[in-house]
Design a protein around this ligand. Structure first.
Ligand SMILES: O=C(O)/C=C/C(=O)CC(=O)CC(=O)O
Ligand SMILES: [Ca+2]
Ligand SMILES: [Mg+2]
Length: 423
């Protein structure tokens, strides 16, 4: 498919006509509204809706809002209708309404470099899972020893914990190094202060569009149908705080201070051609978790780290979301099956995605193996954990024939902890 929009047809462009990811943006002095990325532009959906060029199907306008939740709440038929309409308006040889009207085009098509991107969704709830076998094995080995690395439930349950929606932020937001309680191995008791083992976690985030009802189970197939799309997600983690606090209730303050997501929600529809199956089951799953078909996606993932002042970032990990043992649909079905109501705008972290070999691990804890094998950067520096001023950027894309479905960037920079006089 070709678009008449400059840049959208380049093979390395993240946002070709096949993608059409949703986000929130504003020009200087304007309010946030919904848009779709195409080439190096964003298409203003509020303008299109107001002028009658698109109609999402609801009784009121949905796109002149700071988040895409109202649109997601209209459900899968509306998602399909708007995607088909946008494709027609943007395709070479499609409906000329948008192209034809000069004034309209100038208002509706905004260069990406002129906009500020907002958090695409109002996050209703944030749950983080633990679905990469290699990551679970690696972290388990470091926290509990190789003999107890994989918990006995891991091959039966998509393990997760309830995270904080309040601190999910959009790419580009600076992250303050957290304060917390930790117990250095040689110390007699715990100490309080800035984390000294700050880390990132490379994850995919699934965005729930269709709610479920309290007390009503859902199947894995129904869960898949409830998912609107996916984002890149960095679950910033303070490993020293985590190791001290996590038993027996799991991560709490170690992961509550910040979670960064990419600004564009790539729809499930755009990722359809890239579906792949989960790896073979090592233990049979209980029937409520069995998959009706391929539920993962083949998405290349990368992590780059740029120290303060450095010109270039170093790519320190390359992996793929197909390594996950559980899909987002399985996680969502498991989440809701006991009676928990899932909401439009719920965000589900996949868990850190680590591939089988060392360069494909999704956290610094694993890449530098608990500080024993520091990662070397292009600047000559090494890293075992993040330092103040470090900028971490996640990238991801599915590779089609002659095009890619890109996620854009999920980036954040580490700021120093609050000054000691303030605590
Ligand atoms: O094994 C543990 O004790 C905890 C590991 C994690 O870091 C939990 C987590 O955030 C899940 C994940 O991202 O896979
Ligand atoms: Ca995580
Ligand atoms: Mg987090």
């Amino acid at each position: 498919m070709r678009s008449w929009i400059e840049g959208a047809n380049a093979p390395e462009c993240d946002f070709p006509l096949e993608n059409l990811p949703y986000g929130a943006f504003r020009r200087r002095g304007e309010r946030l509204r919904c848009g779709v990325a195409i080439g190096d532009h964003v298409l203003d959906l509020a303008v299109l809706e107001e002028s009658g060029l698109i109609h999402a199907g609801g009784r009121t306008a949905v796109f002149a809002a700071p988040h895409i939740n109202a649109f997601m709440a209209l459900g899968p038929a509306a998602w399909r209708r708007v995607r088909a309409r946008l494709t027609d308006l943007l395709a070479e040889g499609g409906d000329p309404s948008l192209r034809g009207e000069r004034g309209m085009l100038a208002r509706a098509l905004v260069p990406l470099k002129e906009v500020e991107l907002g958090l695409p969704i109002k996050v209703a709830g944030y749950t983080d899972f633990y679905a990469s076998r290699q990551h679970a094995f690696n972290v388990g080995t470091m926290f509990r020893g190789a003999g107890n690395a994989l918990p006995p439930n891991w091959l039966h349950i998509p393990i997760g914990y309830n995270g904080r929606a309040s601190t999910v932020v959009v790419s580009g937001t600076d992250i303050r190094r957290p304060l917390g309680q930790r117990k250095p191995p040689e110390a007699a008791g715990p100490v309080f202060g800035p984390s000294t083992r700050l880390d990132f976690e490379l994850e995919m985030g699934a965005v729930v569009g269709v709610p479920s009802r309290m007390g009503e189970p859902i199947t894995v197939a129904e869960a898949d149908a409830m998912i609107f799309g996916y984002v890149l997600l960095n679950d910033w983690s303070a490993r020293d705080i985590q190791a001290w606090e996590y038993q027996p209730l799991g991560p709490f303050q170690a992961k509550a201070f910040a979670t960064t997501i990419s600004p564009w929600v790539v729809t499930k529809a755009a990722l359809e051609p890239f579906r792949v199956s989960t790896p073979p089951r090592e233990k049979p799953l209980l029937p409520y978790l069995c998959e009706p078909g391929p539920l993962l996606h083949d998405i290349h993932l990368e992590v780059a780290l740029r120290p303060a002042g450095a010109e270039r970032a170093t790519t320190i990990a390359r992996t793929n979301s197909r390594h996950l043992y559980y899909s987002a649909a399985q996680q969502l079905a498991h989440h809701a099956v006991g009676g928990c109501r899932m909401e439009c705008g719920d965000l589900l972290g996949s868990g850190t995605i680590s591939g089988p070999e060392k360069g494909s691990f999704g956290s610094l804890l694993e890449l530098a193996w608990d500080g024993r094998e520091p990662v070397r950067l292009a600047t000559g520096e090494t890293r075992s954990f993040l330092e103040d001023g470090d900028e971490v950027t996640l990238r991801g894309w599915a590779e089609g024939e002659g095009y890619r479905i890109g996620f854009g960037e999920c980036t954040g920079r580490v700021l120093p902890a609050p000054a000691e006089r303030d605590w």
